[in-house]
Design a protein around this ligand. Sequence first.
Ligand SMILES: Cc1cc2nc3c(=O)[nH]c(=O)nc-3n(C[C@H](O)[C@H](O)[C@H](O)COP(=O)(O)O)c2cc1C
Length: 325
Amino acid sequence: MKTKITELFGIQHPIIQGGMHFVGLAELAAAVSNAGGLGLITGLTLRTPELLAKEIARCRDMTDKPFGVNLTFLPIVNSPDYPGYIRAIIEGGVKAVETAGNNPQKWMPMLHDAGIKVIHKCTSVRHALKAEAIGCDAVSVDGFECGGHPGEDDVPNFILLPRAAESLKIPFVASGGMADGRSLVAALALGADGMNMGTRFIATQEAPVHSNVKQAIVAASELDTRLVMRPLRNTERVLHNAATDRLLAKEAALGAKLKFDDIMEEVAGVYPRIMQLGEMEAGVWSCGMVAGLIHDIPSVKELIDRIMLEANDIIRQRLGSMLAA
Ligand SMILES: Cc1cc2nc3c(=O)[nH]c(=O)nc-3n(C[C@H](O)[C@H](O)[C@H](O)COP(=O)(O)O)c2cc1C
C-alpha cells in the first residue's frame, strides 16, 4: 500500500509502532521495521544518551530497514539530557523521530538539518496545527481511546481524525484504538495516511516484556481501562488493577489537594517491575481500550501481514462489492 506516510518514511506498510516505555526496545522496533512498518525505540527508556546510542546500534544489527526513535518531552522533575539524546539519534544515523509530550520546536532545526523526519504525537487538532506550523513532517493523532496520555479534551477518533483531516496540510496517522485491518481502513477513510499502534504491539512474540503483560492484555476487555491522574492534568489511560484502585481512591479522597508525591508509590519507577518482572500489581501502566480487540499473541510479521491482507480484503471485497451491487 502506498500513502504519504509510506513515502515519507520509506516503508512498505503505513503502520507505525508508537514509543512505549520499557516496551519499545530494539527487539520490537526491529521486528516492526523488518515486517515493513516503522518501528520506534523509546528514547527515555534508555537511561542515558550513551545507552540509547548502543540500543540504536543493536537495532541496526537486527534490521537494515528504516526505524526511528521516540523522544517524549514530559513534565519530569529532573529534565533528561535531551541534547545528548538528540546527538545519539543523529550520530546513530536514525532518520525518523516521533516526538510527544511538549512542543518539539526547540529541537526541529537540529533534527531537520540531519535529514530526520519528525512526526509529532498529539491529542488535539490545535496541537496538530501547532506541530504543522513549526515544521513537523507529519503528526500522529492520538484519540481519547488511546493507551498512555490521551490529553484532557476527551475527543474520540471518530471525531478527532476527520477534524484533523479538515484542518491539516501535512499527513497524519491515526493513533489510539487501532488493532487490525478494519482499523487501518477506517483510519484511511477518516482521512489518515496510516495508523500508529501501541497496545496491540505489546501482545506480540517479539515485544521484550514479561508474558504476564501480554496475557493481561489478551484477558482484558474494552471495559478494563481507567483514567488516572486527571486532577493533575496529566491524564493517563491504564489497565485496571489493584494499584489503579488505590490511586483512584487517593484521588477521590484528596480531590484538588492531590499532588504527584501522593501517588509516587503507584506511578514512580514501576515500569521495570511490571514489564520485565511481570509483577502486574506493582503499579499503574498504560493500556488502551483496544485491549478488547486483542485476542492473541502473534509474531509481529504475522500481525502486520494479517492487517494488510484484511485491509485489502475489506477495500476490494467488502467495500468494492457494495459499490458493484
Ligand atoms: C505501555 C505503554 C507505554 C507507552 N509509553 C509511551 C511513551 O513513553 N512515550 C509516548 O510518546 N507514548 C507512549 N505510549 C503511547 C503509544 O505510543 C501510543 O500512542 C498509544 O499506545 C496508542 O494507543 P493504543 O494503545 O490504543 O494503540 C505508551 C503506550 C503504552 C500502551
